[in-house]
Design a protein around this ligand. Structure first.
Ligand code: AKB
Length: 313
């Protein structure tokens, strides 16, 4: 029988789609969705969980006999800059609570997402390698880097089977992102269809690493399904698919919506984007456990617009 899985943060951009995908693979009876909100719809059992409250996590884990956790609850980069203390607390305490449950052998396996935000202004910007200068300058990045160190520490000291990926900006038509610096790359599609124009909060040439959600889901489930000895990096793996600027994505959208117009009004998120890499070298993920992306900017754009148009009908 498959291990029972708990997704914490099931109401978020990744959580919603990950729950659907895990249910398809393992069956609704083997997945439990959870979030701090009480109004999440899921194809499987749903429980309200506050990741800062270890008692509420433990109760749900024991009730459902959960052995595997995907811990997705977090404040993203732009929101964490607005509320630094809250960002640090949620991103750190949630992880440490679950790592402790692993040390106590209450659960066997954990997925925890890191981000390209672990890199900072002194990091090489192009083809950023797995191991390099990091020095993140945002609270979100600092919390993700500290989280990576904790994951590796627990693995080395206690043998906890924790696995992690440095997600780039994620683009999806099913669930909106919230509070990130890369969110423009989702908003632009919605506005292109609704209004034929978009005012971008990043400048025209700001290149950032991005990925279409189906690829991100495959990577997430892929690293969790990999044999333990293939997962050689226990901080977090670099993960890459595509990189583009607002100008480039706008030009791609124009191939489908010729009158689409983009204008630029950079805000505080520009400084965050400027501190991050433009492209990522993910050779280790490809070599160690066989990661391979499928979607290009072109195929992603065609698919995004197709699904968003269908949803509007
Ligand atoms: C954000 O923009 O904060 C996130 C991320 C890159 O981790 N999408």
């Amino acid at each position: 029988m498959a291990n029972k899985i708990l997704v914490i943060g099931a109401g978020g951009q990744i959580g919603k789609e990950l729950v659907e995908e895990l249910c398809k693979i393992y069956g609704n009876d083997n997945v439990v969705a959870s979030d701090i909100k009480h109004d999440i719809s899921a194809p499987c059992a749903y429980e309200m969980v506050n990741v800062m409250d270890v008692h509420s996590i433990t109760t749900v884990i024991k009730k459902h006999n959960v052995k595997e956790v995907y811990l997705l609850a977090a404040l993203l980069s732009a929101t964490a800059e607005k509320y630094p203390e809250q960002g640090w607390k949620l991103n750190m305490e949630g992880l440490l609570n679950v790592l402790e449950l692993m040390r106590e052998k209450v659960i066997d396996k954990l997925f925890w997402p890191s981000s390209i935000a672990v890199f900072g202004p002194n990091t090489p910007k192009v083809n950023t390698p797995q191991f390099t200068v990091m020095e993140p300058s945002t609270v979100y990045g600092i919390s993700k880097q500290a989280g990576e160190r904790w994951c590796e520490y627990y693995f080395r000291r206690y043998g906890t089977d924790v696995r992690s990926l440095r997600y780039p900006g994620l683009i999806s038509y099913k669930s909106p992102p919230g509070g990130g610096t890369t969110d423009y790359a989702v908003d632009i599609y919605y506005e292109a269809l609704a209004k034929g124009k978009y005012e971008c909060f990043l400048g025209p040439d700001t290149v950032l690493p991005m990925m279409y959600m189906p690829d991100a889901l495959r990577a997430t489930i892929g690293i969790m399904q990999a044999d333990a000895d293939k997962v050689k990096i226990r901080s977090a793996y670099n993960l890459a698919a595509i990189s583009f600027s607002p100008t480039e994505i706008a030009n791609e959208i124009k191939k489908h919506i010729p009158n689409f117009e983009i204008s630029y009004k950079p805000d505080s998120r520009q400084a965050i984007a400027d501190s991050w890499p433009q492209s990522i070298d993910d050779a280790e993920a490809r070599e160690h456990w066989g990661w391979k992306h499928q979607y290009s900017m072109e195929t992603m754009t065609t698919d995004m617009l197709l699904h968003l148009k269908e949803a509007k009908k």
